[in-house]
Design a protein around this ligand. Structure first.
Ligand code: UT7
Length: 316
């Protein structure tokens, strides 16, 4: 599998930590020191599907493919305005593709789950080109009076076109169910046979997720490298889920790797759930930071608790 194009798109509205402290009992100092986040983009009257389509079109353009050459669309998403159809179907219509589409929800690790599924489809010969889109608007899922969660998230979309050929990627996926740590509920609807329940915004036990993230990412990256017969030092860049700079730093120091190998953009985007690694990948790609032939190691973690890690050769 090889990545042949990437793209991303962000909402217009930029919200700084000081903007938040105007209506929340928080401060720029608290948010920066605990998370590294300085600002985030928030959807206003834009549609998530438009951001997703913009990211997809940029990725296709870079790949040199028309929408008609896409054999499948996988969209990683946690929340979007549609319960049905799938967001991938809406993206398909917007970009003018004609292929089958499916959404998957692997929480913040969803982009890596989509990559793993894409590799299986490509290797089976079922597809030649797959469009992966990660589009997220956690701003619609958090309680904006809860300072413990709403300051952490931002909205955004990114895409990657993956194609058959190239070196096999390696993946390591885990799920160990503990919904109590991180969850949000839909409202039950008004079925007369069902107890009525309201929706509840995102709840997160931050410290539990923090411990899970650091230990899981560290172990997954070590294991993946060992299974591939690689030293950690042979990885060109480590792209971690952009949730918190302290998590990145804790993983980096445990793996004893230099700072420049752990790029980040959480300071400008906040935690955009599964879009985070994909946005970072696009920014690095378009900024010329990735060398053809280098190995990228990615690791993400989130609600489930679920995690995914991947090593692939960058061939663009
Ligand atoms: O994509 C999903 C992945 N999620 C994550 O990666 C999140 C992982 N967890 C974390 O990043 C950290 O746990 C947080 C950044 C969420 C929180 O940092 P923490 O160092 O674990 O803080 P805490 O939850 O222990 O809270 C410490 C204090 C509390 O006050 P008291 O009880 O000590 O008086 C909180 O009420 O900080 C308070 N606090 C805040 N203060 C100012 C919580 N949120 C805020 C805030 N501003 N926004």
């Amino acid at each position: 599998m090889k990545i042949i194009g990437t793209g991303s798109a962000a909402p217009e509205l930029r919200i700084t930590n000081d903007d938040l402290s105007a209506f929340l009992d928080t401060s720029d100092e608290w948010i920066r020191t605990r998370t590294g986040i300085a600002e985030r983009r928030i959807l206003t009257d834009e549609a998530l599907e438009d951001l997703a389509a913009e990211a997809a079109e940029k990725a296709l353009e870079q790949a040199g493919l028309g929408a008609g050459q896409v054999d499948y669309i996988f969209c990683s998403n946690v929340i979007n305005p549609y319960l049905t159809p799938a967001l991938s179907c809406v993206i398909q219509g917007k970009i003018g593709a004609a292929c089958p589409c499916i959404d998957l929800n692997g929480a913040c690790a969803g982009f890596l789950y989509a990559l793993e599924m894409a590799e299986a489809y490509l290797k089976s010969g079922k597809c030649q080109n797959i469009l992966i889109v990660a589009a997220e608007c956690p701003s619609r899922m958090v309680d904006w009076t809860d300072r413990a969660t709403c300051v952490l998230f931002g909205d955004g979309a990114a895409a990657a076109v993956v194609s058959a050929g190239g070196e096999d990627a390696s993946f390591l996926m885990h799920t160990s169910c503990d919904a109590s740590v991180l969850h949000a509920y839909h409202a039950s609807g008004n079925c007369p046979y069902t107890p009525q329940t309201a929706s509840s915004p995102l709840f997160m036990n931050g410290q539990e997720v923090y411990k899970f993230a650091v230990s899981r990412s560290t172990e997954d990256l070590r294991t993946l490298c060992a299974d591939r017969g690689m030293e950690l030092s042979q990885v060109g860049h480590f792209l971690l889920h952009q949730a918190n700079l302290r998590i990145l730093e804790a993983v980096r120091t445990r793996l004893k790797q230099p700072k420049e190998k752990f790029p980040h953009n959480v300071e400008l985007h906040g935690n955009t759930s599964s879009a985070g690694i994909a946005i970072l990948l696009d920014e690095l790609n378009r900024g010329g930071a990735l060398q053809k032939g280098e190995y990228l190691a990615m690791s993400a973690f989130g609600a489930g608790l679920t995690s995914g890690a991947c090593i692939l050769k960058w061939e663009l």
